[in-house]
Each structure stands twice: as structure tokens, then as C-alpha cells.
Write a protein that binds this ligand. Structure first.
Ligand SMILES: Cc1cc2nc3c(=O)[nH]c(=O)nc-3n(C[C@H](O)[C@H](O)[C@H](O)COP(=O)(O)OP(=O)(O)OC[C@H]3O[C@@H](n4cnc5c(N)ncnc54)[C@H](O)[C@@H]3O)c2cc1C
Length: 433
């Protein structure tokens, strides 16, 4: 790395999901590659992902399920698969940017990449694809093994502090000196889980070349709510409910049917993490509400009639005749939230109380007081604005030779393996240039 050191064809900054894939692809098509990582080892976030199981992609993007060599949960409905469109839809409006990347490296490509590297995969009922071993380390090992078969050089413990354009390319400053490369890929991730190395360094690098950064906010993040009974239910999982974020007019901004978990700080689980994106993208001053439908398959009128019939059928405590899907602890908490005493028996339940109870079971409103922030967010909403990057190549429209891949861009998807799919596809795309 002295002044006489060779100039690489490509320097990739950040050895996460996107950077590793970019390095593999670029080296395999014959480029001289250096992959520069600030941590002691590459892929730390991959190891943490999916509760250390790594949900590496989603079957909804896969038209040919036979590529998956492990089990397909019978609850998964392959009619939900729309190919690349399913992946793009998980990113909202910004998902269109992913079109060319998904063409270059599709969900099929992801599954066959890992299956060919000795990582058989399986599909859960909700379409999430995991390694059969349920070990995120197998996913990372597959990437590292494939990379080890190339001539790419990997520098670890090498935080990049600056990138400067030169006449022949770029000079990249690391503590040991300067690395030279004709092209640079910024794949340093966002701001979520900063302890894993992602401290938002890419935004200053991008700004240095004139790029605009869309305001960054934590997304896929647990929510804090102003309801004092919530911490009392910590540890309770509701396997199937609809969570939705409502504005002051009651309009639903985002809804999701999935599992939810009560925690000491508030609420988490896939349904909550997914709808937290609406909080991340909300700009208005007013507080938003979370509405919870604990009985998504039961119409309010049917529930009301059922409770009315049960109430008439004997002097039993109301909580004892709530539908089976409502655990006793939750039933009691909903009564409390609806201002109905625990001691209320069926015959004592007034019409107004019954209506409030149906409202609580079908659309309990909890004001959202905040999120757990970047420290506990799975992804970052915002980042390098997509208008300034060519979706066909990942190249900056402002600085020739500069590329972006992964979460550093203004892209954040739902829970379900979508974020990794974007990282694999964008990494492959920029590595192909
Ligand atoms: C707890 C958790 C669980 C998750 N689970 C899933 C899941 O199961 N499925 C899914 O699809 N998504 C999941 N995600 C999201 C997913 O991990 C990310 O979207 C994905 O890793 C983004 O890939 P990336 O390559 O852009 O960034 P990252 O994987 O974050 O990699 C960026 C790399 O750049 C390095 N770096 C940063 N700054 C510098 C610098 N200045 N110099 C050198 N190197 C630098 C970092 O150390 C890091 O290694 C999870 C996220 C978290 C936090």
C-alpha cells in the first residue's frame, strides 16, 4: 500500500452481504479485486441475521420451487409467487430500482448459489427461505469459501476514512495507508445495529461526491407504546394478528398480518417490525396509533353476536368466554384497556361495554410513543438517493467509477429475506461491471 503499490480494478468497501457478493462476482469475471472491511472478520451481520438462522431470501420471488432441496412447508401457497415483482413490492415505491439487479441475480440465482455451495435450503409457511441447518454461519461460510477460490484480496480491520478521486481512479484511505483502484464500490450498509460495524460511514463518502442523502431513520424496529398494561404481558406471543399504523384521521398507513410479541419495552415480532416502516417514513407532527386486530378471521358483527349469546348463557366472568385465540392474560388486559372491570360477568355486561370489548379485540388502539432506534433496528430507511444512481449498473450518476450496493442506498424492505435478496442482487450487479 505504498506509493508503488498496484492499482486494483475494483475496491469494494464493506464485506457484508452486498460487498461479499460484489467481490465474488468481480473476481470471477477476471477483475483484480480488493475487499476492505473495518471489522476483524467479514459478514458479522449475516451471522446475527434471522435469529442466527439467516432468512436469506423469500420464496414469493421464486417461480420454480423445485430448486429448493429442503422441505416446503405445506402452509406456503406457491400461487403467491410473483417472481421479481414480489421482491420489489416489499420495498414500496423504491422497489422499482431493483428491477435490473433482480434480472441480473434473481431469487432463483440466490437459491442455486447457496445450494451449489453446499447449503440446502427450505421454505417456511410464510415464504421465508432458510438454510436447512438453520445456521447463518453456513451462509457466511459459503460466501467465504467461494471468495477464497478467487484471487480477491481481503483486508480486515481496515476502516475506510476517506475516498478521493484521482486522474486514474480512486485513493482509499485506511489506517495502514492508501489503496488505489480504478473503480470503487461503497457497500458499507446503513446505521442499524451500529455495534456490528455499520455506523453510517457511507453517507459522508457519498456526500463527498455530491450525493444527496434521504433522511435516515430506524426501520424494522420494535415499537414503544403508551399503555401501562403492555409490559405486564412480556413474553406473550400472538401468532396471528393484523397490526396497522393509523394516522390522526384513522387512515391505515400500513398493515401487516403476522405474529407479534409483547416485551418489557413495548411490542416486537414480524407484524410490528414491518409496520414500523410507516413510522420511519412519517413526516407529520402528529402521533401515530397502532391498531391491533387480534381476531383477523372473525368479522366484528359475528364476534359481537357470539359475545352477546355467551353473555346470556350464564353468570360467567366475561374473560372466560372470549374466543380461544385470546389467551386469558391478554383478555384481562383488553378488558382493562376498554375500561371494563375484570369482575364483570356475562349478564352484567352492558351493550356499550360489549361494543367497546369488540372494538378492543378487533382494533385495539395504542398510541406509538417511539421506537427502539437504530440500536435495535434491522434496517435503515433512507440513504443515498436512488435518482443519482443508475439502476442498470449501480454506478453513480455524479462520479464515474463510483458504485453503490446494499443498504447504504435508500432501500428498505419488509421482514422476510427481502433485504438480503436486494443486497445479493445489487452486489452481483455492481460486481458484473
Ligand atoms: C439483527 C438483524 C437481523 C437481520 N435478519 C435479516 C434476515 O434474516 N433476512 C434479511 O433479509 N435481512 C436481515 N437483516 C437485514 C440485513 O442484515 C441487511 O439488510 C443486510 O446485511 C445489508 O447488507 P449490506 O451488505 O448492505 O450491509 P451490511 O451487511 O451491514 O455490511 C456492511 C459492512 O460494511 C462494513 N463497514 C462499514 N463501514 C465501513 C468502513 N468505513 N470501512 C470498511 N468497512 C465498513 C461493516 O462492518 C459491514 O461488515 C437483519 C438485520 C439485523 C440487524
Amino acid at each position: 500500500m505504498d506509493s508503488g503499490a498496484p492499482q486494483y480494478d475494483v475496491a469494494i468497501i464493506g464485506a457484508g452481504a452486498a460487498g461479499l457478493m460484489a467481490a465474488i462476482r468481480a473476481a470471477e469475471i477476471g477483475r483484480s479485486v480488493v475487499l476492505i472491511e473495518k471489522n476483524r472478520r467479514p459478514g458479522v451481520k449475516i451471522l446475527m441475521s434471522g435469529g442466527t438462522r439467516c432468512n436469506l431470501t423469500n420464496a414469493r420471488g421464486l417461480r420454480n420451487l423445485r430448486m429448493v432441496s429442503g422441505e416446503i412447508d405445506p402452509a406456503y401457497d406457491p400461487r403467491e409467487a410473483l417472481g421479481a415483482r414480489s421482491i420489489q413490492a416489499a420495498f414500496g415505491d423504491n422497489g422499482k430500482f431493483l428491477g435490473p439487479a433482480l434480472k441480473a441475480f434473481s431469487v432463483e440465482s440466490t437459491v442455486s448459489f447457496f445450494e451449489n455451495e453446499g447449503v440446502p435450503t427450505y421454505v417456511e409457511g410464510n415464504g421465508k427461505i432458510f438454510p436447512v441447518s438453520n445456521k447463518a454461519s453456513d451462509v457466511l461460510d459459503a460466501l467465504l469459501n467461494r471468495l477464497a477460490h478467487t484471487s480477491a484480496k481481503v483486508l480486515t480491520r481496515a476502516p475506510v476514512s476517506n475516498i478521493a478521486a484521482t486522474v486514474t481512479g480512486f485513493e482509499i484511505a485506511i489506517p495502514e495507508g492508501v489503496v488505489r483502484a480504478t473503480r470503487v464500490v461503497i457497500a458499507v450498509g446503513g446505521l442499524s445495529f451500529p455495534g456490528s460495524g455499520t455506523t453510517g460511514d457511507g453517507y459522508a463518502m457519498a456526500k463527498h461526491f455530491g450525493h444527496t442523502i434521504v433522511e435516515t431513520r430506524p426501520a424494522l424496529v420494535p415499537l414503544q407504546v403508551t399503555a401501562d398494561w403492555v409490559p405486564g404481558l412480556r413474553g406473550l406471543t400472538i401468532p396471528d394478528l393484523i397490526a396497522s399504523i393509523r394516522d390522526a384521521n384513522g387512515t391505515s398507513l400500513l398493515a401487516r398480518r403476522e405474529a407479534m410479541l409483547f416485551a418489557h419495552f413495548g411490542l416486537t415480532g414480524p407484524a410490528i417490525l414491518d409496520v414500523s416502516r410507516a413510522i420511519a417514513r412519517h413526516n407529520g407532527p402528529e402521533l401515530l396509533d397502532l391498531a391491533l386486530d387480534f381476531l383477523p378471521d372473525l368479522k366484528a358483527e359475528v364476534l359481537d353476536a357470539t359475545i352477546q349469546a355467551e353473555a346470556r348463557s350464564g353468570k360467567r366472568n366475561v374473560v372466560t368466554f372470549l374466543p380461544e385465540a385470546i389467551p386469558k392474560r391478554l383478555g384481562e388486559a383488553i378488558l382493562q384497556a376498554c375500561g371494563i372491570p375484570f369482575s364483570r360477568t356475562g349478564p352484567e355486561l352492558s351493550r356499550d361495554e360489549r361494543r367497546r370489548l369488540v372494538g378492543g379485540l378487533k382494533g385495539l388502539r395504542l398510541p406509538v410513543s417511539g421506537t427502539l432506534g437504530f440500536g435495535k433496528a434491522e434496517v435503515t430507511s433512507g440513504g443515498v438517493t436512488l435518482d443519482e444512481v443508475d439502476p442498470n449498473t449501480g454506478q453513480s450518476r455524479l462520479q464515474p467509477g463510483l458504485y453503490f450496493a446494499g443498504e447504504v442506498l435508500d432501500l428498505d424492505g419488509l421482514i422476510g429475506g427481502y433485504n438480503f435478496q436486494a443486497a445479493w442482487s445489487l452486489g452481483w450487479l455492481v460486481g458484473s461491471q
